[in-house]
Design a protein around this ligand. Structure first.
Ligand SMILES: *[C@@H]1O[C@H](CO)[C@@H](O)[C@H](O)[C@H]1NC(C)=O
Ligand SMILES: *[C@@H]1O[C@H](CO)[C@@H](O)[C@H](O)[C@H]1NC(C)=O
Ligand SMILES: *[C@@H]1O[C@H](CO)[C@@H](O)[C@H](O)[C@H]1NC(C)=O
Ligand SMILES: *[C@@H]1O[C@H](CO)[C@@H](O)[C@H](O)[C@H]1NC(C)=O
Ligand SMILES: *[C@@H]1O[C@H](CO)[C@@H](O)[C@H](O)[C@H]1NC(C)=O
Ligand SMILES: *[C@@H]1O[C@H](CO)[C@@H](O)[C@H](O)[C@H]1NC(C)=O
Ligand SMILES: *[C@@H]1O[C@H](CO)[C@@H](O)[C@H](O)[C@H]1NC(C)=O
Ligand SMILES: *[C@@H]1O[C@H](CO)[C@@H](O)[C@H](O)[C@H]1NC(C)=O
Ligand SMILES: *[C@@H]1O[C@H](CO)[C@@H](O)[C@H](O)[C@H]1NC(C)=O
Ligand SMILES: *[C@@H]1O[C@H](CO)[C@@H](O)[C@H](O)[C@H]1NC(C)=O
Ligand SMILES: *[C@@H]1O[C@H](CO)[C@@H](O)[C@H](O)[C@H]1NC(C)=O
Length: 868
């Protein structure tokens, strides 16, 4: 009965226009959610809601002016105008005051000045039919320009707005405002119908006054840091002690008061920190059309009565920790268009009756522990745009009912047991995103697949596909992500691949591809390239564009010198050429690639000495030059390698572009005596310096002790001489230290007792002598192999008693000698190891994650700003 926009339009002459407007606003409310969902599955085409808001505003204004054109000139209330000007000046001060640029301005607030009527300002709409012309709508989304990215606006800025009691629509999204919202700040907004606060950094709990705004129809608080309320149990007085003791309880639930907002049609709380169960109060919201709680930490079961929310068109609960089965009542939601339950802990059978929901377009169930009953034949009544059945135990061929889904744009069937070939019918369907990784598919790829101008993601890694890559691969010019790793493809890479101008990531690793000249890519977007473990020959290709960030060419048969024009790859972060046959010296010019974080040249035939200019690479935190023919000394300037001194804070852009865990190119390293894959995520965390198996001579520079964040130092199998510098005891993060197979002499510095993280130590095959230091982790370093083949080491670790120093031989000290032996024993018992582990991750692609998570903020922001 109570149309929410009545306040605005009751006196309107034209009921028809009013109804239309109201309808438009209502559909907008729905679309606001749907559109990001829809668009996020095609990353390049992301559009922004503010544009819609702008359209609505224009429309509103137009209608109002049109309908009420007989009214005198608009004139907004003085106090509201002052409030708005104050808002503008605070925002300007907090974001742009220090900007050097002259034309620094807030987007769309140019017209806000004290000499004009605020009802005529951009982004402001007044109610022109009311006598006082109050402001009813403010579109304040994305106000802060790109150049102010680094500054942070605080929630203070909202204070003036809280005075505008007449507001019905407030959109303050995408301004990255930080801090808590005043608890009573929203109390004045009793007329509010539409509140959009997404993409800020509001923290603490949702202000309780929000739950008094019972007119609200649209509420979007997504992408903030809201925590829930304490559950009432925890909050009650008798539990105060528990509360103090266990801070984890502070992660709270979605407040049950949400059930008071009975007119809500859209509730979007995604990407916050809510935990606990989905409150049953949500079931009071009978008018709800969109319920989006994705990306929180919600647990427990999905309320069984969820099917009572009969108007639901979107139920999006992805990326939480929900357990139990899919409630059977969901089948009753006849208006359901979007059902996203992926990446939870759901289990049980996927109800085949979901296939009877006619309007369903997005069905994402992957990444749970759900099971598909392979014996059931389904005849879907829906026409899907998006389907994820990742890890749902699908077996047999790719199900042929998919052929009926003519609108399919996103298909993720990865991590199943699918067999057979890539079906011709699927290649003809023009699906935009095809993710079939981790199955048992075989045969060659149908050329028809690449005639598609829709294909933007093709991920087929870890199957048994074979044959040559189709010649026409480059016809699919819209591909952004092409992952064909770990198959059995042979032949050369078709020249046409360089026509794919959208290509961002290319993974052809672990195949049998060959060829001596790699196609020359024009300078487009290509940034992530993994061709490792193939049979490529010839010179190291530097035929990729300037955007290259990761270049992984390890385990091929590339030969010749390191190319000079590597330095032209000015964005290069990660260069891996291990296990090729690269000869010649390390060029000084490498030090010009200042972005370099990871340099792996292990197992080649590089000669000459290590240029000390490498120490200029301040981002370098993994350097592996092992198994080459390097001579000379270790540059003492290495002590300046900033990336190994401070904990790496350079996070690889791979995690920037793909916020999900994409396992792209695992680096192979020596770690704790074995060769391990270091996943691309962990790369950011670790610092390694491996110069083993060369012919390096001279002393170990004292300055190496500066490298405080090194996790692993390996200088083994060289000709290093001199004493071990005391400073190595300062390597406080080091877990593995290998100086074996050198010519080091003297004593092991007692400072080694300070190596608190040490778990693997190898000092064997040197000329060391004297007592092995005791204390700290040294007491646990008791593998005799660590000390073998030296010139007289002693200590409890190897059960060789050290000769007592002369003064200790006096009778009064003999007692002490005994008790020392007892201590040895005790310590040995305690020496069960201190596993400080490196997780070596099995390669898994979470490709569908590209789509269910929004791109990282800066990128989105950048994009949206660039549209404006
Ligand atoms: C502007 O610069 C001043 C002085 O350098 C500093 O105190 C203030 O925090 C800066 N403001 C912003 C928004 O960066
Ligand atoms: C204030 O804004 C109006 C347009 O809204 C513009 O015509 C006028 O020139 C502006 N005045 C000043 C002083 O900037
Ligand atoms: C919220 O953020 C502000 C500013 O970043 C900070 O001072 C405050 O402690 C935070 N509050 C909570 C509850 O995290
Ligand atoms: C609510 O509005 C009144 C004036 O309209 C103002 O005095 C009061 O401070 C406002 N409340 C808040 C929390 O800003
Ligand atoms: C909100 O709901 C709670 C119960 O969840 C109820 O006690 C309270 O009276 C309601 N408040 C309003 C303002 O309706
Ligand atoms: C569901 O939507 C229909 C059509 O918009 C509307 O008539 C009906 O009242 C809604 N039902 C509820 C429970 O709000
Ligand atoms: C997945 O579900 C099956 C039963 O369907 C169960 O046996 C298994 O333990 C579950 N796995 C996990 C990781 O929860
Ligand atoms: C490096 O040189 C080769 C051959 O001289 C050329 O094909 C390639 O495009 C160059 N790469 C860059 C990044 O300039
Ligand atoms: C070193 O590289 C060669 C190829 O150049 C490869 O055959 C060999 O397995 C590699 N050795 C190690 C230990 O990786
Ligand atoms: C690199 O380091 C050398 C000395 O190691 C220094 O002379 C030179 O100026 C540095 N170059 C740059 C570009 O920082
Ligand atoms: C150090 O490098 C050598 C040779 O490359 C390797 O055999 C050894 O396992 C490495 N040491 C550790 C602790 O990983």
């Amino acid at each position: 009965m109570c149309n929410l926009y009545n306040g605005l339009l009751t006196v309107s002459y034209s009921q028809a226009v009013a109804a239309q407007l109201s309808l438009y606003l209502n559909t907008l409310a729905t679309k606001n959610l749907l559109i990001p969902l829809l668009l996020s599955s095609t990353p390049p085409r992301v559009k922004r809601n503010p544009i819609q808001m702008a359209i609505v505003h224009l429309l509103l204004r137009f209608l109002l002016i049109f309908i009420f054109s007989c009214k005198p000139i608009l004139c907004c209330p003085y106090d509201q105008k002052q409030a708005l000007l104050q808002f503008k000046s605070i925002l300007f001060r907090e974001s742009l005051a220090n900007s050097s640029s002259d034309d620094a301005n807030l987007y769309g607030l140019e017209s806000w000045n004290s000499s004009s009527d605020c009802c005529l300002w951009d982004r402001v709409i007044c109610n022109s039919h009311s006598h006082s012309q109050p402001v009813i709508s403010l579109d304040l989304s994305s106000l802060v320009p790109l150049m102010a990215l680094e500054t942070s606006v605080t929630s203070e800025v909202l204070k003036p707005l809280f005075h505008i009691r007449s507001l019905m629509i407030l959109d303050i999204s995408s301004n990255f405002i930080q801090g808590e919202i005043l608890s009573d700040g929203l109390a004045n907004f009793t007329k509010l119908v539409h509140l959009d606060m997404r993409e800020n950094n509001f923290n603490s709990s949702i202000p309780s006054h929000l739950f008094h705004l019972t007119s609200l129809q649209f509420l979007d608080l997504s992408s903030n840091s809201f925590e829930g309320e304490l559950s009432s149990e925890v909050g009650s007085l008798q539990n105060l002690n528990t509360l103090k003791l266990d801070e984890n309880l502070l992660y709270g639930e979605i407040p049950a008061e949400i059930g008071n907002l009975t007119h809500l049609r859209q509730l979007t709380l995604r990407q916050n920190k809510f935990s606990g169960g989905i409150p049953s109060a949500v079931l009071n919201l009978k008018e709800l059309e969109v319920l989006d709680l994705q990306n929180n930490s919600l647990s427990m079961e999905i309320p069984a009565r969820i099917g009572e929310l009969s108007n639901l068109s979107t139920l999006a609960l992805s990326r939480n920790r929900l357990v139990g089965g899919i409630p059977s009542t969901i089948q009753k939601l006849r208006n359901l268009e979007t059902l996203k339950l992926d990446y939870n802990l759901l289990s049980g059978l996927i109800p085949p009756r979901l296939f009877n929901i006619k309007r369903l377009k997005y069905l994402d169930l992957g990444g749970n522990n759900l099971t598909w009953n392979n014996s059931v034949k389904v005849t879907p009544k829906f026409m899907l745009s998006s389907l994820s059945l990742r890890s749902c135990q699908l077996a047999g061929n790719i199900p042929d009912w998919l052929a009926t889904q003519k609108n399919l744009d996103f298909l993720d069937l990865s991590e199943n047991e699918l067999e057979g070939t890539f079906p011709q019918w699927l290649s003809e369907m023009d699906v935009g995103n095809i993710i079939l990784s981790d199955n048992k598919l075989e045969g060659s790829l149908p050329p028809r697949l690449f005639q598609s101008q829709n294909l933007s993601v093709l991920a087929l890694s870890r199957n048994n596909f074979s044959g040559e890559l189709p010649e026409n691969i480059g016809d699919a010019t819209e591909i952004m992500i092409l992952m064909l790793g770990n198959n059995r493809f042979t032949g050369s890479v078709p020249e046409s691949i360089t026509k794919i101008y959208r290509l961002l990531l290319l993974d052809l690793s672990c195949n049998k591809l060959s060829g001596s000249s790699f196609p020359i890519f024009p300078d487009f977007l290509l940034s992530y390239i993994d061709l490792s473990s193939n049979e490529f020959t010839g010179e190291v290709p530097v035929t990729f564009g300037q955007q290259t960030r990761i270049l992984a060419l390890g385990q091929n048969k590339f030969s010749g010198h390191l190319p000079k024009n590597l330095t032209e790859l000015t964005q290069l972060e990660h260069l891996d050429l291990h296990s090729n046959n690269i000869t010649g010296e390390l060029p000084e010019s490498l030090s010009q690639i200042s972005t370099l974080q990871v340099l792996n040249l292990r197992n080649n035939s590089i000669t000459g000495s290590i240029p000390e200019t490498l120490s200029n690479l301040s981002n370098l935190h993994i350097l592996d030059l092992s198994s080459n023919n390097l001579v000379g000394s270790i540059p003492s300037k290495f002590g300046n390698l900033t990336g190994m001194i401070e904990p790496p804070n350079t996070y690889s852009t791979i995690s920037d572009v793909f916020t999900f865990s994409i396992e792209f190119h695992n680096l192979i390293v020596n770690w704790k005596k074995s060769v391990q894959g270091l996943s691309s995520h962990n790369l950011d965390i670790y610092s390694f310096l491996d110069l083993s198996r060369n012919n390096l001579s001279d002393k170990i520079p004292e300055s190496i002790g500066e490298l405080k964040s090194l996790k692993s130092l390996n200088f083994s199998y060289n000709q290093l001489t001199g004493m071990i510098p005391k400073s190595l005891g300062e390597l406080q993060s080091t877990e593995t230290l290998d100086l074996s197979h050198n010519k080091l002499f003297g004593e092991i510095p007692s400072s080694f007792a300070k190596l608190q993280q040490l778990t693997t130590l190898d000092l064997s095959n040197n000329k060391l002598e004297g007592p092995i230091p005791v204390g700290g982790q040294m007491d646990t370093m008791d593998d005799p192999n660590y000390y073998a083949n030296n010139s007289g080491l002693c200590g409890m670790q190897i059960k060789v008693p050290c000769p007592l120093p002369d003064h200790a031989k006096s009778p009064e000290n003999s007692q002490q000698g005994e008790s020392e032996e007892e201590i040895w024993f005790v310590l040995e018992g305690a020496a069960l190891g201190f596993p400080v582990g490196l997780v070596s991750t099995i390669a898994v692609i979470y490709a569908s994650g590209y789509f269910s998570r929004p791109p990282p903020r800066h990128h989105r922001r950048y994009r949206s700003r660039h549209r404006g």
